[in-house]
Design a protein around this ligand. Structure first.
Ligand SMILES: Nc1ncnc2c1ncn2[C@@H]1O[C@H](COP(=O)(O)OP(=O)(O)OP(=O)(O)O)[C@@H](O)[C@H]1O
Ligand SMILES: [Mg+2]
Length: 284
């Protein structure tokens, strides 16, 4: 299918979220090395990528707080194009917040985040061209599909992103047809998104992102609330995205999904007992 390859142009965010609440620096502890001596991300990548490869997403000393308490602490992380990264960590450890940062929905209050060499910050995201480009290249499938769906019917919902990218109506229609067929949601086209079941909403939410053909897919707890058949389908779909060279960032508590998809794990905060695949610890 055509949406598993090149990226074209730019789109508005499919949803909006953000916070400009400043944090207090002295409440953010300094980073400490993992007592088990796990590799730093930059060391890990040295063995996985050509020495002259540039990270697609690069976090340097990235700190963020919604309020007084720091949520993301001194994050140093490089993700390269084509990586399949699984984010793990306990509830409240900051996985969803890190995905939001990757998607330009929250910003560094200290440190920086570069996407493809460009600094993503509140100021740059106020430039509509820059913001559209980032949102076209980084697709975010929310943990809660209701946060993502807002149009009056499914067809309009899926067309929203491609229209924001400025694609001609014929191309928008072609993409809507294609993703509806691919995700088996043709019978939902005229339905109101808010009246769909949880699994149906998830498929529509994925269709909305897929129709924009981003380079990076950020999935937040993609299996939540899905029945076995839909989970199996999503496993296969994620495998196809990965095989097509897309960059995947998946936050999940599901170890079997993590095992199936991870090139490496990124653990938020907590120590873990798992060592079969490369892993890094951040946000400690
Ligand atoms: N909009 C917000 N305003 C204030 N605090 C928030 C907001 N969103 C998240 N938080 C807080 O930030 C912290 C990190 O939340 P986040 O949702 O990133 O965690 P998570 O690792 O995704 O958790 P889970 O596994 O439960 O999904 C939590 O303490 C949470 O209460
Ligand atoms: Mg979360």
């Amino acid at each position: 299918m055509t949406y598993l390859h090149t990226h074209e142009g730019a789109a508005k965010p499919h949803t909006h979220e953000g916070s400009a609440i400043p944090h207090t620096h002295d409440q953010i502890p300094q980073p400490s090395m993992d007592e088990a001596g796990h590799e730093h991300p930059s060391q890990l990548h040295r063995t996985r990528h050509a020495s002259d490869a540039h990270p697609l997403m690069s976090f340097r000393d990235f700190c963020f707080a919604y309020d007084e308490e720091a949520t993301l602490r001194h994050i140093d992380l490089d993700v390269y194009a084509g990586d399949s990264v699984v984010l793990m960590g306990c509830n409240g450890s900051g996985k969803s917040t890190l995905l939001k940062a990757m998607s330009g929905l929250v910003f560094a209050q200290r440190g920086e985040y570069l996407f493809d060499g460009e600094r993503v910050e509140e100021r740059s995201m106020k430039d509509p061209t820059f913001a559209k480009r980032l949102h076209a290249r980084v697709g975010f499938i929310f943990q809660d599909s209701d946060s993502q769906l807002f149009c009056s019917n499914v067809e309009e919902e899926i067309a929203f992103g491609p229209r924001q990218m400025g694609l001609p109506e014929a191309e928008v229609a072609r993409r809507v047809d294609d993703v509806c067929a691919l995700l088996d949601i043709e019978k939902l086209r005229a339905r109101a998104p808010y009246r769909l079941s949880g699994g149906e909403k998830k498929r529509v939410a994925i269709a909305c992102i897929l129709s924009m053909n981003p380079d990076v897919y950020c999935f937040d707890e993609p299996l939540n609330g899905l029945d076995i058949k839909t989970r199996d389908w999503l496993y296969g779909f994620l495998q196809k995205l990965r095989a097509s060279g897309k960059t995947l960032i998946i936050a999940t508590h599901d170890q079997s999904l993590a095992d199936a998809l991870a090139d490496y794990f990124v653990y938020m905060g907590e120590h873990h007992q798992y060592s079969d695949l490369p892993h890094v610890h951040i946000n400690r």
